[in-house]
Design a protein around this ligand. Structure first.
Ligand code: UDP
Length: 330
């Protein structure tokens, strides 16, 4: 009776494992450690390997009695996905295909999937709900949408039930201070802003200030990574109690512009944080804000760490204590 977490050594995966450990679940982790960090694992039995390696994945399923899978393993950078679509289709889409095939072969019929607001593209309505149009503006979002659709057809054909969680912008760090965000290269707004505060970068580049938003910079819905982790645990419970497949947005329902994020970071860190306006980044929609009513009503999800100031405080605590991420400080 175990839960397999793919990509468990990554940012959201490691926080989800922490939440599963708190409940005393048996956790099996698969990670190729290309982006993930062994040190981020607060528990679980780690298998280092790739979902696309059939023999490897077969071993994992043979050696463990897996009830449900939480699937994070994927590449997730918008900018990179626009430059290297092949990498994204191969790892994300083909990797998921390999996983679903193995699940079917071994009789594991529940999967919680790490999806994204990038599946919507430029939204028709704000806040966005799960019935809104999905028309991704970048390859990353397109591959995640393809993965969601693949799961739908594996349900039809093989009764594999899935819950896809479309997160908005994950941020923050675990309250223990032991795990947090550490990407190489870092491309996300909040960690980069905090690296400027730490003196590791001279300034933050603001990608575009001519969007149709109140201050011209992009608006996003930031959600604490531990609140996201909680939603995965609730989704596993729901599937194991016999629920049908579903898709849920996960966000706080409040948008903050890039400029607002920088201002809040200035007040949290009490540092200057120089900002320089630069051209737009390819593939970025102007505004992404979630309606998470469905997750609240059907999953019983209640994001408890929803104030952006507190989210940034928790991230700052991690970055200040670990300026080199998981790499030991010399
Ligand atoms: N952003 C920015 N400068 C940076 C990184 C990000 O202006 O160095 C902007 C980006 O254009 C987007 C927002 O910050 O509008 C959030 O970007 P991030 O990469 O954190 O998450 P995404 O929305 O792409 O998932």
């Amino acid at each position: 009776m175990a839960i397999l977490v793919t990509g468990g050594a990554g940012y959201i995966g490691s926080h989800t494992i922490a939440a599963l450990q708190e409940r005393g679940e048996e956790v099996i982790v698969v990670d190729n450690l290309q982006q993930g960090h062994k040190e981020a694992l607060l528990g679980g039995k780690l298998y280092v390997g790739d979902l696309r390696d059939e023999d490897f994945l077969d071993e994992v399923f043979k050696e463990n009695d897996i009830d449900a899978v939480i699937h994070f393993a994927a590449n997730s950078l918008v900018g990179e996905s626009m430059k290297s679509p092949g990498k994204y289709y191969h790892n994300n889409v083909y990797g998921t295909l390999c996983l679903l095939e193995k699940m079917n072969e071994h009789g594991t019929r529940k999967i919680v999937f790490s999806s994204t607001a990038a599946t919507y593209g430029e939204p028709e309505n704000v806040p966005i709900d799960e019935y809104d149009r999905t028309l991704p503006t970048n390859t990353y979002g397109e591959t995640k949408l393809a993965m969601e659709k693949m799961m739908k057809w594996y349900d039809t054909a093989h009764n594999i039930k899935s819950i896809s969680l479309r997160y908005f912008n994950a941020a923050g760090a675990h309250e223990s201070g032991q795990i947090g965000e550490d990407h190489h290269p870092e491309t996300h707004l909040i960690p980069i802003v905090l690296e400027v505060a730490l003196g590791k970068r001279p300034h933050i580049s603001v990608f575009g200030d001519d969007y149709k938003t109140p201050d011209g910079t992009c608006v996003r819905d930031y959600v604490h990574v531990s609140d996201l982790a909680d939603a995965h645990v609730l989704a596993v419970d729901k599937l194991l109690s016999g629920a049908e497949s579903a898709i849920y947005n996960l966000g706080n329902g409040t948008g903050f512009s890039v400029k607002e994020v920088i201002d809040i970071a200035r007040s949290v860190t009490v540092k200057e944080i120089k900002a320089v306006i630069e051209p737009r980044r390819e593939g970025d929609p102007a505004t992404l804000v979630a309606s998470s009513e469905r997750a609240r009503n059907e999953l019983g999800w209640n994001p408890r760490r929803s104030r952006l100031e507190d989210i940034i405080k928790s991230a700052w605590r991690w970055h200040e204590a670990n300026p080199n991420g998981y790499k030991k400080n010399d």
